[in-house]
Ligand binder design. Structure first.
Ligand code: SF4
Ligand code: SF4
Length: 375
């Protein structure tokens, strides 16, 4: 494992962080498989990962992570981060209500890195300030309940800069990968934060799995032609870790093979470590992906739950896939894994759209997918 230094506080952080958003499921829907989670976390920890990240809105993730860390006895040997769901807060009192629940679920007195989750518009940040969030943050720091406080952002570069400049943040996190280099906060925002000496953590390096095995054939060929064979996910993570402005990249690992593959990746690459051939392969792969994508969905799930039960990201996954894969097989898989009745349940109410960080016209695109699938 290679480590990077937090430029603000000197923490030695494994350049690969464990994202706990997608723990493996048990036989019961919505419940994580604790024994398997324990195996994955232990493997990652033994391989040098020392940063583990969760959030209030990741299902049972905080509860399961708390139990596993206690079981393994490694809480004090790692950096623990979680995210306070500001988007669910209706007043300043809610900050503490959520945070108390989070500490209890995690079975800890403090977290090392506390995010204000998904602050993507300056207007919303101003509202949070009017509710006293700056005093609340200072109180958490003074009491030692949070060692560092930052924010995650899916907004535009300009919104991001405005929020970043408005407070002395300890760290920030943004979505970044070779397909999204100039999307949302993007490279410009990454450099802006790094120039200010703010540690930058990265989420979505594999873009919800799209940059792993879901790549279209032309994009796969770009990587298959490289002299060193690696998994597509490994190539995606290498692109992020090549960049010196990045302090740590989070990967949401839900399978043992992902953990071991990521450990290998993070022990091989360093900033500036890509070859020219590799750099060309990313450009070719990104162009090949853009050729087929109709909906720029990252599968973040913020639009869920839909009041009608529509599995929005799954619908978009198969819809996008239908442009590069055999239609009959896509339709068969869609019917089997998602269900034709699922997409047909959409009533076009648009309740989901205000939650989408990618500003997708979800109702319109769901209708397009229905037409394409003949449903
Ligand atoms: S527009 Fe469709 S997908 Fe979105 S919330 Fe309404 S019913 Fe659900
Ligand atoms: S439609 Fe938007 S909010 Fe929903 S999963 Fe896709 S990117 Fe996320």
């Amino acid at each position: 494992m290679n480590y990077r230094t937090n430029p603000k506080n000197g923490d030695k952080i494994s350049q690969l962080g464990y994202g706990c958003m997608r723990f493996p499921s048990s036989a019961t829907a919505g419940v994580s498989d604790i024994a398997e989670v324990k195996r994955l976390i232990k493997t990652a920890f033994d391989g040098g990962v020392n940063y583990f990240d969760t959030a209030f809105v990741y299902g049972d993730s905080e509860k399961v992570l708390g139990e596993v860390l206690e079981d393994l006895g490694i809480r004090d040997k790692i950096l623990l981060s979680t995210k306070m769901p500001q988007f669910s807060c209706k007043s300043g009192a809610d900050f503490e209500t959520y945070f108390k629940k989070q500490l209890a679920a995690l079975r800890v007195d403090y977290v090392d890195y506390l995010f204000i989750h998904n602050v993507s518009e300056k207007k919303r940040w101003d509202e949070l300030k009017s509710w006293g969030i700056l005093d609340w943050i200072q109180e958490k720091l003074d009491k030692g309940q949070a060692k560092n406080v930052g924010f995650s952002c899916h907004g535009s570069t300009s919104e991001f800069k405005a929020i970043l400049d408005d407070h002395d943040w300890d760290f920030i996190m943004l979505q970044y990968n070779y397909l999204d280099e100039n999307w949302q906060v993007g490279r410009e925002g990454l450099k802006y934060a790094a120039d200010k000496g703010v540690p930058v953590f990265i989420m979505e390096p594999v873009r919800g799995g799209l940059l792993a095995d879901k790549l279209p054939p032309k994009a796969k060929t770009a990587f298959d032609n490289l002299p060193t064979k690696r998994s597509y996910a490994s190539n995606a993570i290498r692109w992020v870790l090549d960049q010196p402005e990045v302090t740590m990249v989070l990967s949401g690992m839900s399978a043992f093979e992902q953990v071991t593959d990521n450990l290998t990746t993070a022990s091989e690459i360093n900033a500036g470590g890509l070859t020219d051939n590799e750099r060309s392969a990313y450009v070719a792969a990104a162009a090949a992906i853009r050729e087929f994508m109709d909906v720029y969905c990252t599968a973040c799930g913020y639009c869920l739950p839909c009041p009608k039960g529509v599995s929005i990201p799954d619908c978009f996954y198969y819809y996008n896939l239908s442009f590069i894969d055999d239609m009959a097989s896509v339709k068969r898989n869609f019917a089997g894994f998602v269900g034709n009745g699922n997409i047909s349940a959409c009533v076009g109410c648009k309740a989901c759209e205000r939650h989408c960080p990618q500003s997708i016209s979800i109702a319109e695109k769901i209708a397009a997918a229905r037409t394409r699938f003949g449903l």
